[in-house]
Structure formats: structure tokens, C-alpha cells
Design a protein around this ligand. Structure first.
Ligand code: BES
Ligand code: MN
Ligand code: ZN
Length: 496
């Protein structure tokens, strides 16, 4: 990963390939002018004409706008990148600006970030946005390519207060980077066994306890959901349990992630253009793994258990058939009417299993439904819960972490559509509308009694099929990782 450090130097004297500065619309003049925000000391640069030069190039200071300017020897840095911050920038505006600025500078070895960074919160935002914006997935490229920025320097006068923020940004960025890499890795190189192997490495690097059930142990222990989904694949399923504990913890958080390493749909096969991004169907499990790695380093006073429900959903002579009945861990039966509604089957096993940890809060994360994209679009996570206060607090935690989400209901009348003619419940509904909510209603049946629970549907947010924006690249985004860390910290602090 890109390295990052703090420096109290003036932007005008920083020796780097480029510097990123912030600009905002100049409300005072009202004539479309802009002013520098954070690196006001550069006002005198370019013979006092920096703001004018940027305006000449069409810059207005609106959020997301990126303007590149050569300094022609006027500064040690050869290039200035001015990023629009919009009116009254908050922490997320700073993260996005840092990300967009660094992304525009791929190929530059050293970049200075001269964005507003006087408080600890601002230093963290600038550092995190910069690190996430520098991301690039190069594992499978040969030949020439633009090297990602190797070194970032945050220009700040925050001193020691900034040092802890920098460390936190590094920790979060490393976790999000891991999650993005896992999502981007081709499914031939990330089978359930491969992903459980990554979890073992993460556990040993961070001092987490880990237990892995293989396909035989899953059958013996009665994990019928994970077994049923995985049985059509040559790459057998796994259930991973990771545990972080704090000696002064009084509460336990359980996290459950959907880890379908590839979702072909199974015998209810997906059409080609729905299948080509289904390597991202393990994004929930990856987010749980990444969050546990960060939690182990940030050490909040709470116990956290993470489950990764791992399987590959493939059609074959051994695959489950539409109309098969499987027995979820704990004994409930499910009629599988559509093998493409597989996520809820593996999640059901893990949700029931998490009850044995007696959690104070249970949060699951899954790329669960195409209906999430229909309802909320590609960037906004759907949050459902069995408790209104939990749902609202999870949405609030996501907001503070800088991840867009929206509360959604679990209408009880949707349960009827899941009635099965032969089993306790069917895995798809006769009801056409509200597919994201129906999936949530299905999961709710497997939440241990009396446990506060929230469900995050990240089908859209986990994978960016469009163009990069802010600190978000194309492909794997790392969605929900930072939200899960924030939830653990909120539970530790007694606010959740
Ligand atoms: N993995 C998909 C959901 C998905 C769709 C994730 C698009 C990311 C992008 C899930 O397993 C699935 O196939 N869901 C079906 C459920 C249906 C058969 C009830 C869906 O949403 O179409
Ligand atoms: Mn599916
Ligand atoms: Zn799926």
C-alpha cells in the first residue's frame, strides 16, 4: 500500500511531484469566482494569480471538480491539482476530494495533500481519502502501467493530534484495500478454500482466534444451507468463525457475511450479463474479514465474532435442484424453489450459529438482492432490522463512517409469500414486489430469539461497474467495512 506521513511544511516549499489543494466557490464575490481553502498560503504563488489561473481554466469550486495546473518552476511541486470542495465541506467531502485528487495523479511518485487538515478529524479524512484514492489492482496486469502514487504527505499543523488520526486512517485503508483486492480477485483464484486461507493469514497477523469448518464437518454439524449451495461446485464450501476479544468488554457483537465466491445462479442459471460481476458476491464476507482486521488493531472495548459463510454456487450433476428441501443449522427446513436465491441459504446457517455466541447485537452484510439496486441504486446500502432504534443507529453509524445507507422496513405481510407447500419456508416468494425486503423477512426467521439484529444489503455498493468517483475505484469498493468498524466502536461506547 501507498505510504503516508505528516509534514508541517508550507505547501509552497514541499518537495513533491504534485500537491493537491482544495478550492471552494467564493460566496462573497458572487461572480463565479473561487478561493483556496486549506492552502491559503499558496495565494501568493504564480505571482499571486493561482485562484485567477484556476478560474480561467473553468474551475468553480464545486464538489468533485478536478483541475490540473503546471507550476512552471514557480513551486518545487511541478503540478497543482485543485479539487472542488463545495460549500461547507464535511469530513466526507474531504475524503472524496483527497481521493479524487490522488486518483488524478496516478503515475506521480510523491504527492502532497494540502487540503484543510487543522483538526484530528480532518487529518484522518484527508489521509483516508488519499490512501483509498491511490488504490489500484495490478495483480493480473503485465507490461506497462501507471504506477499508483507511492508516497503521500499530509500537510498539517495538527502535530501529535494528527499522528493518531494518521494511524487510524492507515488501519482503515489497509482493511478496505484487502476487501477491494478480494472482491477484484478472479473467482478461479478465490475459491471458498482460498478465502478461508486468507482469513487464516489475517487472523494470525492480527491475533484473532479462528475456526474453519470444511465440507465434511459442515455436513456432520448440520449446516444444510451452506452444504446445499456448495454441493454443485468442485470447490467445496467453508464456514469461518473469527473472534476478537477485549479483556474489559461487557458486550459481544456478531457479524455475518455472505461469501459466495462466484454466483452463477446454480441450476436457476443467471443470464450472461447478470453473471459477469458475480465474483463480487463474497463482498459481505470480505467486509466482515476486513472489519475484524481493523478492529483487532483499533482495540475497542467489545468482543466481536465474525462469520464468513463461504460457498461457490454452480450448476452440475451434484447441484441442488429447484424443489429440493434442505435443513438449515438448528433444524428448520427450506424448500429451494430458485437456486439463485442462495445467499439467504448460507446466511441462515450462519445467523443461527451466531446465537451460540449470545451476542448483544447481530449485524449481517450481504450482496443479497438485485432488488436492492432497483430500490436504492448502486451506491446506497439498504438497512433493515428487527428493532427501529437499531436500524436508525446503524444508519447513523454508516453515515459517520462516510458510507451512504438508508433504512428500509420489514413488512410482516411479506412473510406469507414465503410459505412453502412442503417445508417450513420457501427461499423465494410468490410476491413480485419488494424483493430486498422479502429477503430480509426470510433472514429474520433465522435470527436467534431475543437478539437485536440489523441486515445490510450491499448488492449495489460492493462493486462499482461505472466510472471511478471520489475515493471509489472501478470494481470492488470495500463497501460496509468502515461501517462495521464504526458499529463495533459504537457498541463499545454504549451508543448502540
Ligand atoms: N447475488 C445475487 C444478488 C445480486 C444481484 C448481487 C446483482 C449483486 C448484484 C443473489 O444471489 C441473487 O441472485 N438474488 C436473486 C434473488 C431472486 C432469485 C429471488 C435476485 O436478486 O435476482
Ligand atoms: Mn444468486
Ligand atoms: Zn448471490
Amino acid at each position: 500500500m501507498t505510504t503516508i506521513s505528516l509534514d508541517s511544511a508550507e505547501p509552497a516549499s514541499l518537495d513533491a511531484g504534485a500537491i493537491v489543494i482544495g478550492v471552494v466557490p467564493d460566496g462573497r464575490s458572487g461572480d463565479g469566482a473561487l478561493r483556496l481553502h486549506g492552502a491559503e498560503g499558496l495565494d501568493g504563488a504564480l505571482n499571486g494569480g493561482l485562484a485567477t489561473a484556476l478560474t480561467t481554466l473553468g474551475a468553480t469550486g464545486k464538489e468533485g471538480e478536478v483541475t490540473k495546473l503546471p507550476t512552471m518552476g514557480a513551486l518545487p511541486a511541478g503540478v497543482v491539482v485543485a479539487v472542488g470542495l463545495g460549500e461547507d465541506p464535511d469530513a466526507e467531502a474531504l475524503r472524496r476530494a483527497a481521493g479524487a485528487g490522488v486518483r488524478a495523479l496516478a503515475g506521480t511518485a510523491k504527492v502532497g495533500l494540502a487540503l484543510p487538515a487543522s483538526s484530528a478529524e480532518e487529518v484522518e479524512a484527508v489521509a483516508l481519502g488519499g490512501l483509498l484514492g491511490a488504490y489500484s489492482f495490478g495483480t493480473y496486469r503485465t507490461g506497462e502501467r501507471k504506477e499508483p502514487v507511492a508516497e503521500l504527505v499530509v500537510l498539517t499543523a495538527a502535530g501529535d493530534a494528527g499522528r493518531a488520526s494518521l494511524e487510524r486512517a492507515r488501519t482503515l485503508a489497509e482493511s478496505v484495500t484487502l476487501v477491494r483486492d478480494l472482491v477484484n480477485t478472479p473467482p478461479s483464484d478465490l475459491t471458498p478454500e482460498d478465502l478461508s486461507g486468507v482469513a487464516e493469514r489475517v487472523a494470525s497477523d492480527n491475533g484473532l482466534d479462528i475456526e474453519i469448518l470444511d465440507e465434511k464437518e459442515l455436513v456432520e454439524a448440520g449446516f444444510g444451507g451452506i452444504t446445499g449451495v456448495g454441493q454443485g461446485s468442485a470447490n467445496p464450501p467453508r464456514l469461518v468463525r473469527l473472534a476478537y476479544s477485549h479483556p474489559e468488554a461487557s458486550k459481544t457483537l456478531a457479524l455475518v457475511g455472505k461469501g459466495i465466491t462466484f454466483d452463477s445462479g446454480g441450476l436457476s442459471l443467471k443470464p450472461a450479463d447478470s453473471m459477469d460481476w458475480m465474483k463480487s458476491d463474497m463482498g459481505g464476507a470480505a467486509a466482515v474479514l476486513g472489519a475484524l482486521a481493523a478492529i483487532a488493531r483499533l482495540r475497542p472495548k467489545v468482543n466481536v465474532i465474525g462469520y464468513l459463510a463461504l460457498a461457490e454456487n454452480m450448476p452440475s450433476g451434484t447441484a441442488q435442484r429447484p424443489s429440493d428441501v434442505l435443513r438449515v443449522y438448528g433444524g428448520k427446513t427450506v424448500e429451494v424453489l430458485n437456486t439463485d436465491a442462495e445467499g439467504r441459504l448460507v446466511m441462515a446457517d450462519a445467523l443461527v450459529r451466531s446465537g451460540e455466541d449470545d451476542p448483544d447485537l447481530l449485524v449481517d452484510v450481504a450482496t443479497l438482492t438485485g432488488a436492492q439496486l432497483v430500490a436504492l441504486g448502486t451506491r446506497t446500502t439498504g438497512v433493515m432490522a428487527n428493532d427501529d432504534e437499531v436500524r436508525e443507529k446503524v444508519v447513523a453509524a454508516a453515515g459517520r463512517a462516510g458510507e451512504p445507507s438508508w433504512g428500509m422496513p420489514l413488512p410482516p405481510e411479506l412473510r406469507k409469500g414465503l410459505d412453502s407447500a412442503v417445508a417450513d419456508i420457501a427461499n423465494i416468494s410468490g410476491e413480485r414486489w419488494g424483493g430486498m425486503l422479502t429477503a430480509g423477512v426470510f433472514l429474520k426467521e433465522f435470527v436467534p430469539d431475543g437478539v437485536r439484529w440489523a441486515h445490510l444489503d450491499i448488492a449495489g455498493p460492493a462493486f462499482n461497474k461505472g466510472e471511478p468517483y471520489g475515493y471509489t475505484p472501478k470494481g470492488g469498493t470495500g463497501a460496509a467495512t468502515r461501517t462495521l468498524v464504526q458499529i463495533a466502536e459504537d457498541l463499545a461506547a454504549g451508543v448502540l
